[in-house]
Design a protein around this ligand. Sequence first.
Ligand code: FAD
Length: 213
Amino acid sequence: MTLALSLLDAGIDDVDIYESASAVKELGVGINVLPHAVRELTELGLLEALYRIGIPTAEVVFYSKHGQRIWGEPRGLAAGYRWPQISIHCGELLGVLYRAVVARLGSTRVHTGHHLVGFGQQGSGPVWGEFVDRATGMSFGRVEADLLVACEGIHSLVRHTLYPDEGPPSGTASRCGVRSRLVSRSSPAARPAHERHDTVPAGPLRGRKGSDA
Ligand SMILES: Cc1cc2nc3c(=O)[nH]c(=O)nc-3n(C[C@H](O)[C@H](O)[C@H](O)COP(=O)(O)OP(=O)(O)OC[C@H]3O[C@@H](n4cnc5c(N)ncnc54)[C@H](O)[C@@H]3O)c2cc1C
């Protein structure tokens, strides 16, 4: 979604997004959007929308398993950056991006239920991507374009095809909790070996209860 918005911002408006999931749903946990990323989203005119659903993080704090504060340091504006660090619910961030894409590009350019199963290029001609609907098994055939940009996450088919020897992800476990902005503007974390536990203040609750994921 962010790439599509950036391309539009650069004057490239013939853009289509193909997403494996059958719908864009606001799912996920609390995350921290760091200042360099907030800078990009600010350039795309989204800072106000982020402030409406997230909070500017003031500090990161580490605790022992007994709850003793070990260490903390300022983050974002409090650390002197020109852009804030924003703690936000990941699904709500996606919602902001999706609504901006729909408003600027149009909903018909977002093709949900399209799972990439192959890609290639014939000579110096256009690239192609082949898509199926994973829910029904229906094939959409090939789509041609001047450029294919793979943004399909950690299990990327394109990356694995182009870089088959990279090996699996690290295997480090990550546990996250979400809590209300009413608690504080700090972002506590505990980190035993090979495991990480972050608790991120993710904005107003709006009926959502704090949860682990
Ligand atoms: C628990 C947790 C906490 C995190 N906290 C933070 C944080 O605080 N701050 C931070 O900056 N980062 C955080 N991250 C990392 C961050 O979520 C990832 O770096 C980021 O989501 C990667 O974005 P992406 O667009 O590359 O991939 P993804 O977000 O994984 O998006 C990939 C998309 O591609 C789709 N897709 C997958 N395969 C296909 C296919 N074959 N065809 C079509 N579509 C496909 C998927 O459905 C998905 O929508 C966290 C991650 C986790 C798991």
